[in-house]
Design a protein around this ligand. Sequence first.
Ligand code: GLY
Length: 256
Amino acid sequence: MFTRAVVRPPGKSFDGGLTSAEMGKPDFDVAVEQHEAYCRVLEECGLRLTRLAADDRYPDSTFVEDTAILTRRGAVICRPGAVSRLGETEEIARVLRLDFTRIYTIHEPGTVDGGDICEAGDHFFIGVSNRTNENGATQLARFLAELGYTSTLIEIRGLSNILHLKSGIAYLDDSRIVIIDELKDRKEFSGYDLIHVNAEEAYAANCLPVNDRVLIAAGYPGLQRRLRDLDYDTIVLDMSEFQKMDGGLSCLSLRF
Ligand code: GLY
């Protein structure tokens, strides 16, 4: 069960962030409203929020998930793979030190974006992407091993349609993984119960289990129906402005 989360609203510089989406510029006011709705839902799920102030120095800093990996046994401060995001970890590290005693840090030349890390019980999938390099992935695997977790590296650099591993998969529970077509045949996921998301609904693969609910982006009825058929209690959130900036539901919080 999660009891806490760290969030940060988008700043005025949000539309200057990194994106490959080609969906136009996000509307700042709508993004702030959508972020607030997201925060309210996390609170409804029972989480107490640490709300950081918007930071205009870092246009992508609302995507706090990329700055750290949080586990029950300790935290890892990431080293984001985009130069423009490197400074985002400073304040996050300060905040996490208040709650975590065991903290590791990814060091140069390693890079890790939290969006590439998918926790699946006591196992972690680590995406090796255009943001998370092999050195960073190996450092992280070692830290996780010291915390008592196993991990598997997943090569995703050949996939042009996802930024991070969690753009394409979400671990629900009971060994269930929501997964896009391009990843469903990977041997690393054999043995899991896979919920396929078709190409038209690929963005929805970044859904977010929070305690007994599953948050899902609005506009993806196929996945929503499938999850409801499996008895998941879903909450639908409009993510349009974050999608324009390559962001999804998991990206907007650090949960613990
Ligand atoms: N806009 C999110 C990222 O590229 O990191």
